[in-house]
Design a protein around this ligand. Structure first.
Ligand code: SAM
Length: 256
């Protein structure tokens, strides 16, 4: 997968992604990061890329020309127009589902704003998706784009050592992940749950599923309600596990 990042701070993108799992994916040629400096497309002799906003107001806005020309040069080089994600608080909130959707792209462009953002005409001209990483305002889109690139790239086949590990993680089946433990068996008097030492895979799977239900109800009741609503399989499961159903309704009553 090739990710083209249009940014005023390419070194921020390169430095962050050249380490750990994404760094290895780049080395193996599974992931290519192409950080494009929008400033290189400035028309100004001082490489200025921002200006005052029409209508007044504090702060500067990134100009349309350098952004669009950086993208035009990219499309010319690639011979196609890849999807362009603009990182912005005015966008849909990023999710695992969106990461899965974006991971299918062969080429993906991510546009990072700075200052007060980017002239709307540039966005209308090139942007296909607007993504926010949460309801707060960052100084620039770079950190937000790194969140998206990290989440997307780990879904590219071969990037994670074990391809199935992404399948069992939080959000994959609509629930949060169960708790996990490693050695030692006892830490500060806290023991690893017996069932995980039993070697009985069926029992382990069942315990993990129940823990996922409990944790989702406790930490993300909104997700739990979405998951269980009209879910015949879970209703059937609760028919056989009445105590679990009661425990979850107690949790929901105290959390909601
Ligand atoms: N004036 C903009 C507004 O109120 O929506 C905020 C601009 S912000 C200071 C500068 C840039 O940071 C944005 O153009 C965007 O690229 C990025 N940014 C800030 N918060 C973000 C968020 N929650 N998610 C994604 N990108 C964000």
């Amino acid at each position: 997968m090739r990710v083209h990042v249009l940014t005023l701070f390419p070194e921020m993108i390169e430095n962050a992604l050249n380490t750990s799992i994404t760094g290895r994916a780049i080395e193996k040629g599974l992931l290519e990061i192409d950080a494009i400096n929008i400033r290189d497309y400035s028309h100004d002799k001082h490489f200025k890329v921002d200006d005052y906003t029409y209508g007044g107001g504090a702060g500067l806005l990134m100009k349309a020309e350098p952004v669009c020309e950086a993208y035009d040069a990219l499309t010319e080089k690639l011979g196609k127009k890849p999807r362009v994600v603009f990182m912005t608080p005015v966008g849909e909130t990023f999710s695992q589902k969106k990461a899965e959707e974006l991971a299918k792209e062969e080429d993906l462009t991510i546009l990072c704003g700075h200052y007060e953002g980017i002239d709307e005409r540039a966005l209308d001209e090139i942007v296909t998706d607007r993504i926010s990483i949460g309801d707060y305002v960052l100084t620039g889109g770079e950190l937000a784009s790194l969140v998206v690139i990290d989440a997307v790239s780990r879904l590219v086949p071969g990037v994670l050592h074990n391809d199935i590990s992404a399948d069992t993680e939080s959000f994959n089946n609509g629930l949060l992940e169960y708790p996990q433990f490693t050695r030692p068996e006892s830490f500060r008097g806290r023991k690893v749950p017996e069932v995980l030492l039993s070697g009985d895979h069926k029992k382990v799977d069942d315990w993990r599923f129940q823990q996922s239900l409990i944790r989702t109800a406790r930490f993300r009741p909104d997700l739990y309600i979405k998951f269980s609503d009209d879910n015949e399989a879970i209703k059937e499961y609760y028919n056989k596990h009445k105590e679990l159903e009661e425990e979850i309704s107690r949790i929901l009553k105290s959390e909601v």
